[in-house]
Design a protein around this ligand. Structure first.
Ligand code: 5AD
Ligand code: SF4
Length: 433
């Protein structure tokens, strides 16, 4: 029986999945299982992402690989929900949907009984109150909602994570407090669409949530959140940020497309101009803000003019960072109905043009940081730069600082050099947060 006790979790996808993996890891460790590298484990948990076909396929490749090596496989996460039969066919021993991850320990007990184990379905309200041990030395993730009601036409999330359920303020507060007491310095509030948050018990919307967390949580820490929908930002949210001590001026605003025509097809509910106005407002009101984004190229019907609109927004906003993707058709999504698909080659061409433009802008942006002072959080020893520590700014730009500092320390650093996209800081003084 001893050899059933070793597990390994492989995580794909977003912070939501990272957090789910932390939950599964903590449950298993509490039950006496031991975490190992995949090669030395008997049980492999694959926490999959289905947002693009490539990511979903990669997770499936791992099933085949570890099956060959004789491991027991629990296939969890976003792909599990939609493709359970296929996943058994390729060799998984158990399938665990996104709202069933708390059953991981029960599933493991059944693994060696030679039966098909399926735990899927989106009807269940998850057990929010379990607080996993953080795996990162300074950053923790706290779910404020799960699921999504937006049904953007390209997006599989409502089908893999279900409809939106928000978590009560007091439950969030309790967890964040515990994490700060354990040493977390950066709390990421997580939801598919954080700014549609609404708590029936307290009547708090997202602005109230961040305003009260900022006041109720004592200590030295930052609050960040992922991901907001540009459509749901309000002046009330901006005011809460302005009147706070701990909330970061990092704004991740997924643009998806700069073309109003395509945005309409994507069911995003904002226009190019509205998006630009939002960014101009942020740049004006928060001069130190970082604005980052997600962009999809090659959505059905995207013509040259639409693509140019995307490039135009990129030039006007000058994002500090962007995640860029080729459109990938996903099961169940309503965008499947569009017949005017863009050929793969053309998607590749547009993606290359976009990446080059974004990279040039990021380089310029980084150069503008030279000589300026930033509040930094130390994350650990830098792997790439000898004698340096990895750090990030309050506005979420990653960099390194000369010298070795303890993870979790806040300090003020001045940018003395830029290497690629990485600002190099020099220590000036310690600070509270
Ligand atoms: N194809 C390509 N990219 C997608 N994203 C979501 N769904 C798709 C899809 N079908 C991107 C969006 C989202 C990010 C997490 O992934 O840009 O913001
Ligand atoms: Fe996260 Fe969406 Fe991928 Fe699921 S499908 S892991 S929610 S990005």
């Amino acid at each position: 029986m001893e050899n059933k006790k070793r597990f390994s979790i492989i995580t794909f996808g977003c912070q939501m999945n990272v957090r789910d993996s932390e939950t599964m890891r903590s449950i298993l460790i509490n039950k006496g299982y031991e975490e190992k590298e995949p090669e030395d484990a008997d049980i492999i948990v694959i926490n999959s992402c289905s947002v693009r076909e490539k990511a979903a396929n990669r997770a499936k490749t791992y099933v085949r690989e570890f099956k060959r090596k004789g491991k027991k496989i629990i296939f969890a996460g976003c792909v599990a929900e939609n493709e359970k039969d296929r996943i058994f066919e390729i060799g998984a021993d158990a399938v665990l949907g996104t709202r069933k991850i708390h059953k991981i320990d029960r599933i493991i007990e059944d693994l060696y009984k030679d039966k098909k184990i399926i735990e899927v379905g989106l009807d269940e309200v998850p057990e929010f109150d379990f607080v996993p041990e953080p795996t990162h030395p300074v950053t923790s993730y706290v779910n404020i909602s799960i699921g999504c009601d937006n049904f953007c036409s390209f997006c599989i999330v409502p089908y893999t994570r279900g409809r939106e359920i928000t978590r009560s303020y007091y439950s969030i507060l309790k967890e964040a407090k515990e994490l700060i007491e354990k040493g977390s310095k950066e709390i990421f509030l997580l939801g598919q669409n954080v700014n549609s948050y609404f708590d029936n018990v307290t009547g708090f919307d997202f602005a109230d949530l961040i305003y009260h967390l900022d006041k109720d949580l004592k200590g030295n820490y930052w609050i960040k959140y992922l991901s907001p929908n540009p459509r749901d930002f309000s002046y009330k949210v901006f005011n809460a940020i302005k009147n706070s001590e701990h909330i970061s001026h990092w704004f991740h605003l997924p643009l998806q497309s700069g073309s109003t025509k395509i945005l309409k097809r994507m069911k995003r509910d904002y226009t190019k101009e509205e998006f630009l106005d939002l960014c101009y407002y942020i740049r004006e009101e928060f001069p130190d803000a970082t604005i980052t984004t997600d962009i999809i190229v090659g959505f059905p019907g995207e013509d040259e003019k639409d693509f140019e609109d995307t490039l135009d927004v990129v030039e006007k906003v000058r994002f500090e960072m962007a995640f860029m993707f080729k459109y990938s058709e996903r099961p169940n999504t309503s965008a499947r109905k569009y017949k005017d698909k863009i050929p793969e080659e053309e998607k590749n061409r547009r993606l290359q043009i976009l990446i080059e433009k974004v990279n040039n802008i990021i380089e310029e942006r980084r150069k503008e940081m030279l000589g300026r002072r930033f509040t930094l959080l130390i994350e650990g020893k830098s792997e790439k730069f000898e004698g340096c520590s990895g750090c990030k700014t309050r506005e979420n730009i990653k960099g390194v600082i000369k010298g070795i500092y303890e993870p979790g320390k806040f300090l003020i650093g001045r940018v003395v050099e830029i290497k690629g996209h990485t600002p190099i800081f020099e220590f000036e003084r310690f600070t509270n947060f």
